[in-house]
Write a protein that binds this ligand. Sequence first.
Ligand code: SF4
Ligand code: SF4
Ligand code: SF4
Length: 183
Amino acid sequence: MSLADQIDALLPQTQCTRCGYDGCRPYAQALADDATAVNRCPPGGKAGIDALAALLGRAPLPLDPSCGSEAEPGMAWIDPEACIGCARCLPACPVDAIIGAQRYLHTVLERDCNGCELCIASCPVDCIVMRPRVVGAPAPAPAENRAHYQAHRARAQRHAGERSALLAERKRAAQPPDARSSQ
Ligand code: SF4
Ligand code: SF4
Ligand code: SF4
């Protein structure tokens, strides 16, 4: 296992980007490259910083306040009265914890929401808010977050591939027959 893999295994996998990187894996890679500090992951908190410092042989530091503060993960909630069904929050969620379709009310799967807050800024009518999690319903474990994120990425890549194939086919069909037969 590479050093970046070992570091990544210590991160919460919420993909919240609060560390300043585009997800947990890029932060892990930057740590492996000795290009960043161990104290930039609020979801991991003090325990996470201590674990990273021990693995990397560095001194533990207090959490960098510019990245946020350590807190219990909340859960997103969509106001059903205000949601206009625009679907902009769907791609923003790194773990596909929001369900809904264009022009229909969207809702959050409590079980899968890890509290990353990335959906909030995507909503044009500000109808997503964070709430405390229901007692007895803990946030997903890192392994669950990782599995959900990998499924999200695979789905996004599949859709991108299908979309580019569709566009290529439309472009081909729009060409005159002579040009089409020469392809
Ligand atoms: S969970 Fe931590 S390492 Fe992962 S993206 Fe958020 S701040 Fe960065
Ligand atoms: S629903 Fe919102 S807060 Fe919850 S995991 Fe998805 S993007 Fe993050
Ligand atoms: S972005 Fe906001 S308004 Fe649009 S579907 Fe999501 S919750 Fe509803």
